[in-house]
Design a protein around this ligand. Structure first.
Ligand code: CMP
Length: 139
């Protein structure tokens, strides 16, 4: 059975451009319940740990530099079949291919600075949520 939890981050470029409020509003309008949320900043080491699954990929160094370059929002979201629902909702990884009206189409600027992260499996949703939040911080 699919889980009801996913994890998201609003990425540094979207934060710098002032899209934080619009993106959070859109997430709520999309029927996702916010279970935990914080503004924070990752160190390079933390970004490397978070994205360790991509460590062999050519974009790993650039991605982790970028993700540690400024403030982000980290949030745990709840909805039925949350991982798939949220991935459909935010659009394709590359904003150029993201469907009209999705968060990445509206607020993404490149494949790296694609406005938001979304978990790719139920297992990773829990791992990623636990990376940023203790169970006490979930409501
Ligand atoms: P995200 O959902 O944060 O998960 C992994 C990230 O790697 C992805 O969004 C993209 O921002 C980034 N990514 C994936 N493929 C590439 C690529 N070919 N070049 C640069 N960044 C990429």
């Amino acid at each position: 059975m699919a889980g009801n939890i996913t994890f998201t981050m609003i990425k540094p470029t979207a934060m710098k451009k002032g899209y934080m409020g619009n993106i959070i509003a859109k997430i709520i309008e999309g029927g996702f319940k916010i279970k935990a949320l914080k503004m924070t900043k990752m160190s390079k080491e933390e970004a490397m740990e978070f994205y360790a699954v991509h460590k062999e990929r050519p974009f790993y160094n650039g991605l982790t530099d970028f993700m540690s370059s400024g403030p982000i929002i980290a949030a745990v979201l709840e909805k039925e079949d949350a991982v798939k629902a949220y991935r459909d909702f935010i659009g394709a990884t590359n904003p150029e291919n993201a469907a009209e009206g999705t968060i990445r189409a509206l607020y993404g600027t490149s494949i790296e600075a694609n406005a938001v992260h979304g978990s790719d499996s139920d297992e990773n949703a829990i791992i990623e949520s636990s990376f940023f939040f203790s169970k006490r911080e979930w409501v």
